[in-house]
Design a protein around this ligand. Structure first.
Ligand SMILES: Cc1cc2nc3c(=O)[nH]c(=O)nc-3n(C[C@H](O)[C@H](O)[C@H](O)COP(=O)(O)O)c2cc1C
Length: 354
């Protein structure tokens, strides 16, 4: 109820500054004794009949936090208090790096979207590993990894293996990010030979740890490219697909900032992300689960993604526009839709409209 007021104050600020204020405010609030349990009860999500299992991990409900919001694992406890069923920290690079010059994040308020060209600003794996060692328990926490900007594409695999080896012991799953549009050349890792090298090396590094590995893909690949990516991912034992990252296309935009370079997220990405989900679900044919992300902002969106075959969803941009009650809104709304349709478990929903 109070978020519209807070939002108009936050929207006076540069988007990245607003984000930093939010992180600081949440961490300050959490340092007050008892605040965490108050927050948990205010933002309590619906969980009855909502459980979903992915790669052996149990999620209390389908709605998780997408990568990029908690890049350095400094607000993981706060996000857990907002009710997310899982949290994806990162993208984390092996060495710390600044990312692109500011400003690098833009609000497209009329279109309810964001454009960002953060470029993997990262505290680096050492800092993040130390924070993840103190991560909240009781919900899956994944870590999303990428390469440093100054690492050439030929040496990209070594960066992923380095980050994997340092971070995977402190996470419940690892997401390989090959789909950010803001690190030059990164998306070329969708190409078969490069992907085979990367996935082969990660598989070897994972032999003892045996963590679930997800591949986060772009919404800008052709169906032919997606077919190659999915068959390679399955051949190399990937445990799930996260679809999708932001788009470099500019569909259906009307407001300001639309010409900024970077990846577009939020409402304008919705159709493209859904279309990619449908292609991925058809290609995987139930062999690996898919987490759908991109333009999800209502319970009806979550319901539609699950029906299309997603096993869970993630959100980022909708939290900027809707506020901290987003998970409660989506899960209680989903529960109402399921009740309307006489469905009692998420398992009965997944894939009913493929
Ligand atoms: C400011 C910003 C930073 C992001 N950073 C990352 C990142 O570091 N790694 C990543 O895999 N995705 C990143 N993303 C992409 C999101 O995880 C998500 O895939 C995308 O925003 C689509 O979801 P949404 O429409 O719910 O925002 C970022 C998105 C935004 C808006």
């Amino acid at each position: 109820m109070f978020y519209p007021i807070l939002r108009s104050a936050l929207f006076q600020l540069d988007p990245e500054e607003a984000h930093e204020h939010t992180v600081r405010a949440l961490n300050t609030a959490l340092s007050v004794p008892g605040a965490a349990s108050v927050m948990r009860s205010i933002y309590r999500p619906a969980t009855h009949g909502m459980q979903t299992t992915i790669a052996g991990m149990s999620f209390a409900h389908p709605v998780g936090l997408a990568a990029g919001f908690d890049k350095h694992a400094d607000i993981t406890h706060g996000m857990a208090c907002l009710g997310f069923s899982h949290i994806e920290v990162g993208t984390v690079t092996p060495k710390p790096q600044e990312g692109n010059p500011k400003p690098r994040m833009f609000r497209l308020s009329t279109d309810r979207g964001l454009i960002n060209r953060m470029g993997f600003n990262s505290a680096g794996m050492e800092v993040v590993a130390a924070r993840l060692a103190k991560r909240p328990r009781g919900l899956p926490i994944g870590v999303n990894i990428g390469k440093n900007r100054d690492t050439s594409l030929e040496h990209a695999t070594a960066d992923y293996v380095t980050a994997f080896s340092r971070l995977a012991p402190h996470a419940d799953y690892v997401a390989l990010n090959i789909s950010s549009p803001n690190t030059p050349g990164l998306r070329q890792l969708h190409e078969t030979t490069a992907l085979q090298e990367l996935l082969g090396a990660i598989r070897s590094a994972n032999q003892l740890l045996n963590k679930p590995i997800f591949l986060k893909i772009s919404p800008d690949e052709t169906p032919q490219q997606l077919e190659q990516v999915i068959s390679t991912a399955i051949a190399y034992g990937i445990n799930g697909i996260i679809a999708t990252n932001t788009t470099v296309t500019r569909p259906n935009l009307s407001g300001p900032h639309t010409n900024e370079a970077g990846g577009l997220s939020g409402m304008p990405l919705r159709m493209l992300s859904m279309a990619t989900l449908r292609t991925v679900v058809a290609l995987t044919a139930g062999r690996v689960p898919t987490i759908s992300v991109g333009g999800i902002s209502t319970a009806a969106d979550v319901y539609a993604r699950l029906k299309a075959g997603a096993s869970a969803v993630q959100v980022y941009t909708a939290m900027v526009y809707t506020g901290p009650a987003i998970v409660a809104q989506l899960t209680w709304g989903l529960a109402a839709l399921m009740r309307r349709d006489g469905v009692t478990t998420i398992a009965e929903v997944i894939g009913t409209d493929r």
